[in-house]
Design a protein around this ligand. Structure first.
Ligand SMILES: C[S@@+](CC[C@H](N)C(=O)[O-])C[C@H]1O[C@@H](n2cnc3c(N)ncnc32)[C@H](O)[C@@H]1O
Length: 210
C-alpha cells in the first residue's frame, strides 16, 4: 500500500471511529469509564485545560461555596479550593467512588484538604442543602448526564438565588455537546444566559438561576 493510501485509511478509520463513538455517547450518555481516569490528567489535556486558566471565567472568589459536580479525579478541585480561600468551601461530587478516592488522594496532606467536602452521589439528588451553593461547576460533565431536566432542577434547588451554573465542554471528550445545544437546555429550564468564553474546541458558559 502506498503512503497516500495508508494515510487515507488512517484518517478514514479515525474519523469513522470518532463519529461512531460520539453517536453512541449522544444516544446513551454515560459516566467517563474509570479505567480511562488517567486521560483526565494527561499532560496533553493539561495543555488546554490548565486549571487556573480554565476556572478564570467562572468568577470563583474568596468565601464562595462551590459545587464541583462530576469532579472525577479532582483535576480542578484543588484549584477551586485555592480560589475560594479559607472562608470558602468546595463540594466535590462524583457518581464513581474510584474517581472520588483519586481526587481525595490528591489533597491529602495539603492545606486545601479542609476546604473540600467529598460526596459520593449522583447528580439528581445532591447531599446538599437548598440554596447553599454560589457556583455550580460542571467541567466535561453536563453531557454525560442523561436527564438534563432532573439535573437542572436539582441545581436550581441547591443554588442560592443569585447563584449560577458554569458549564465547560471540550471537543476531545466523546460526550461533547456544542454550546448552542447546551444553551437550549438551560434556556428551556429557565436559567438566564450570562455569557460564553473560549472557542468551539473548548468553551465555557455561565447561566444564572434568576
Ligand atoms: C469526563 S469526567 C470529567 C471530570 C472532571 N470534571 C474533569 O474535567 O477532569 C466526567 C465526570 O462526571 C461524572 N459523572 C457522570 N455522570 C454523573 C452523575 N449522574 N452524577 C455525578 N457524577 C457524574 C463521571 O463519573 C466523571 O468523573
Amino acid at each position: 500500500m502506498g503512503i497516500l493510501n495508508t494515510l487515507a485509511f488512517g484518517v478514514g478509520a479515525l474519523t469513522g471511529s470518532q463519529v461512531g463513538l460520539r453517536a453512541i455517547w449522544r444516544r446513551t450518555p454515560r459516566p467517563h469509564p474509570r479505567v480511562l481516569a488517567a486521560i483526565l490528567e494527561h499532560p496533553l489535556r493539561m495543555k488546554y485545560r490548565n486549571p487556573s486558566q480554565s476556572l478564570g471565567p467562572f468568577g470563583l472568589a474568596e468565601g464562595k461555596s462551590v459545587l464541583d459536580l462530576g469532579c472525577g479525579t479532582g483535576v480542578f478541585t484543588g484549584e477551586m479550593a485555592r480560589q475560594v480561600g479559607g472562608t470558602g468551601a468546595v463540594h466535590a461530587v462524583d457518581i464513581q467512588s474510584a474517581l472520588l478516592e483519586r481526587a481525595k488522594a490528591r489533597l491529602v496532606g495539603t492545606d486545601l484538604a479542609g476546604r473540600v467536602h467529598f460526596h459520593h452521589s449522583g447528580a439528581y439528588r445532591l447531599p446538599l442543602d437548598a440554596e447553599s451553593i454560589d457556583v455550580a461547576v460542571l467541567i466535561a460533565t453536563f453531557s454525560e448526564i442523561p436527564n438534563t431536566l432532573l439535573l437542572l432542577e436539582e441545581l436550581r434547588r441547591v443554588l442560592k438565588p443569585n447563584g449560577y451554573i458554569a458549564i465547560s465542554e471540550e471537543l476531545p471528550h466523546p460526550a461533547y455537546l456544542p454550546a448552542p445545544m447546551v444553551r437550549n437546555h438551560l434556556r428551556e429550564a429557565g436559567f438566564r444566559y450570562g455569557g460564553q468564553q473560549g472557542n468551539p474546541f473548548c468553551y465555557s458558559l455561565l447561566h444564572f438561576r434568576e
